[in-house]
Write a protein that binds this ligand. Sequence first.
Ligand code: GLY
Length: 377
Amino acid sequence: MWKQAIEEALRIAEANIGKFGERFPHVSDGGTTYVLNDNTDWTDGFWSGILWLAYEYSNKDVFREAAARTVENFNHRLENKINLDHHDIGFLYSLSSKAQWIIEGDESAKALTIKAADVLLERWREKSQILQAWGAKDDPNNGGRIIIDCLMNLPLLYWAAETTGDNRYRELAEIHAHKSRRFLVRGDDSSYHTFYFDQETGDSLRGGTAQGFRDGSTWTRGQAWGIYGFALSYRYLQQPELLDTAKRLARYFLDRLPEDGVVYWDFDVPQNPESKRDSSASAIAAAGLLEIADLLPDSDPDQAVFRQAAADAVSALYKHYFTRGEGDAEGFLNHGSYSVRGGASPDDYTIWGDYYYLEALIRLERGIPGYWYERNR
Ligand code: GLY
């Protein structure tokens, strides 16, 4: 089934190359087409990542050429500092230039990725000892604020430390990972989406949400970012508490799956036929569960449990959420939500959901992971 699912997804991706041209997909807006941008959003690396995955899987030039063109575009974005003033630099450059470096050993792609890691380090705030999620330094609302999603951006820094030999990238990422573990993860293994620290004293202030149901709820996509993100920090740092946290977040997620195996947008919203799903949260969690399973020793019974849970999630997505390209659908997955509470694409395609769905499928079929770390790690 995985082979068929991958081939169907690649057919959609190949058709999209011509439709998107040099532009980048973000989310849909109620229809069957993606809203495109000129590489100005936080999500644009996911299209690059889909193209690199498609190329690695199929070896087709059409994917390689389109993927390489996106890297040129990401070079232009970095040189011109186009909307890089946020923490999502890891999503942008891990899946574009770092992917090209991993697949082809391209030196200019490596150099670009190191420059991107430097841009991410500009988010470091010495007083609060965090990587600030959004906004300018000293921003009255967002200064001193961290976000669980950022765990997926840390691998760019760990990679830069290994690649350059400069330990500062790793040291700051490590501090941030542990701060995230201490303050974003709650005692029952649920999570805050974001957390605020005092910008002057560094004191912890309070948890809060940006896209969740309410400040103390558990936004399913945030929990999924945490599952995968803590596992990736463990892969680089080998500190057992990080893997333990990833496993705990995963169990919380799996214990609350609805009947069809794909989560609602927040674990604390009432579940009724009108409640929105977030297929992207399930896709991210599936990819993260495969990462955890690979990190566990064969003797750990959780390895098989998590691998099976990932397969079940991908299978549920394929059976009930995959568009099959019907009606010229440009997305892979229906029923993703960008921001239900904010009314932004609450029931739509999301390019990150499509990316993680394909990453998980290809890992299940071929064992190829994404582009968060070098293949020999
Ligand atoms: N990283 C932003 C989001 O997941 O919507």
